[in-house]
Design a protein around this ligand. Structure first.
Ligand SMILES: *Cc1c(COP(=O)(O)O)cnc(C)c1O
Length: 458
């Protein structure tokens, strides 16, 4: 199987190449040249598998030339050993919706599900044998901690995590800055998540720098993350045993929900994928109007979704623009020269066939957390609450699975404000509340970040 770029269809790279690089040359994103389509009898046999065996079947489609099936199965089992649940994820009925809890990994957010596998893939693909790999990643709070939990103390790997200074929750920062070993560097950038992501993307496009430090990436633009996330769409669909299932997904960088789109492409009969955004609602706007126009980032009580440049959306655009790389380039050129692009009516209709977009304000999020607690004695985190809110607003859809993206403990300050009490620290969380935090504060400047990395890797 080969991979190409959304901006260059002639590119031919293998899984190992794209795993290491993350971002395609020229700024595009990688896509596979074939996506397996399951027939209904295939789906029937997949539905009988446990989580790790299902994950093996699905993920293997995308890396079959590099990792053999039984090795992959072992790797996946090992990756999920430290999850609270042997089935990795849990589906629960909360009133009229179904909640898919994805937050029982070591850092309490769904990012663990992909990141634990990715950590083991670095070893499996033998990419660190010859030379130390330096991984640089931007985070809105949860990718960073998940990456640190997966990569801490691994041989021949350094990890540099850029987070927006003072713009993530206290617990998110605590986890990130206390659990890492000596190969972990936390950098607080004086800017937004979009600024962090921009610096990382630019560094990837500097060939000299990239090769000098043997740079790799684990951001949500890395295809390996998407393929690990496809699994739970299948798993929860099978568990629910209903037809015409819809998924409501708290969305920032369009990674998680894009995995749902790939699941649909693979033959899972999903009805609608619901994009739930906070007030940083660029995705809601593009789905409903066709205009993709980044605004300034507004800090919210759902910091992991405080994103205006939803990178993975480009992967959807590629299919919406009839798999034409030049059309994608032209939209991206509009975006950088005019600050926005506009999709024609027929393209918007094409998106609307698979997606709905709903904005949930902070006030609504507050009310949802309170109402779910009052009605069901169940506490959801603010991000997950946006998924509930979006599901509630779409009255004509039934059989909705809300993707639970984080454990409420991670956003304890907000939860305390809404329900008036503190949450207990979950037993499986590796957190050291009293341990000294390790991070450096740097200006929003690519060259300062470069100097920092060079200094640590010399
Ligand atoms: C990362 C994250 C999101 C957004 O996921 P994307 O894949 O970036 O759309 C939502 N909620 C939480 C808690 C997250 O950590």
């Amino acid at each position: 199987m080969n991979y190409f770029s959304t901006r260059d269809k002639s590119l031919k790279l293998n899984f190992k190449d794209i795993f290491l690089r993350g971002l395609a040359p020229g700024g595009g994103l990688f896509l596979p040249d074939e996506i397996k389509k399951y027939k209904s009898e295939d789906l029937k046999s997949l539905s009988k598998l446990n989580y790790t065996d299902l994950a093996t079947e699905i993920i293997h489609n995308f890396c079959k030339d590099e990792i053999d099936r039984s090795d992959l199965n072992l790797l996946i089992k090992k990756s999920y050993e430290n999850f609270k649940d042997s089935e990795v994820v849990r589906l629960k009925e909360i009133g009229s919706v179904n909640l898919l809890e994805l937050y029982h990994g070591p850092t309490l957010a769904f990012k663990d599900i992909a990141m634990q596998i990715i950590g083991n893939m670095y070893d499996k693909l033998k990419v660190t044998q010859a030379k130390t790999v330096n991984i640089v990643v931007a985070t809105s709070g949860d990718t960073g901690s998940a990456a640190i939990a997966a990569l801490s103390d691994r041989k021949n790997i350094n990890l540099f995590v850029l987070h927006p200074h003072n713009k993530i929750s206290k617990i998110q920062r605590k986890i990130m800055t206390t659990i890492g070993g000596n190969n972990i560097y936390n950098i607080a950038i004086k800017g937004s998540f979009d600024d962090c992501q921009k610096i990382v993307k630019e560094l990837f496009n500097e060939d000299d720098f990239r090769s000098k430090i043997n740079m790799s990436g684990v951001n949500s633009i890395n295809w390996a993350r998407i393929i690990c996330q496809i699994v739970y769409y299948f798993y929860s669909y099978f568990k629910l045993q209903k037809n015409n299932v819809n998924f409501s997904v708290p969305t920032g960088n369009f990674g998680d929900i894009y995995a749902g789109y790939v699941a649909k492409k693979m033959g899972l009969p999903i009805n609608k994928l619901i994009v739930a955004t906070n007030e940083n609602d660029i995705l809601q706007r593009v789905i409903n109007t066709g205009e993709y126009k980044p605004d300034v980032v507004k800090p919210s009580i759902t910091p992991s979704m405080d994103i205006q440049v939803a990178s993975n959306f480009e992967r959807l655009l590629f299919y919406i623009m009839d798999e034409n790389d030049n059309s994608v380039i032209s939209l991206m050129n509009d975006l950088s020269s005019k600050g926005s692009f506009n999709l024609k009516k027929d393209k918007v209709a094409k998106i609307k066939k698979d997606f709905e977009g709903v904005k949930i304000t902070d006030k609504e999020t507050h009310n949802i957390i309170y109402k779910v607690y009052k009605d069901h004695k169940f506490i959801i985190d603010p991000h997950t609450a946006t998924g509930f809110g979006a599901a509630n607003k779409l009255k004509n859809l039934n059989n909705i699975i809300v993707i639970g993206t984080a454990h409420p403990f991670k956003f304890n300050d907000t939860i305390k404000k809404v329900i008036g009490k503190n949450l207990e620290t979950p037993s499986h969380l590796k957190i050291f509340m009293d341990k000294e935090e390790k991070f450096d504060i740097i200006n929003n400047s690519k060259s300062e970040v470069k100097d920092y990395i060079l200094n640590k890797t010399q």
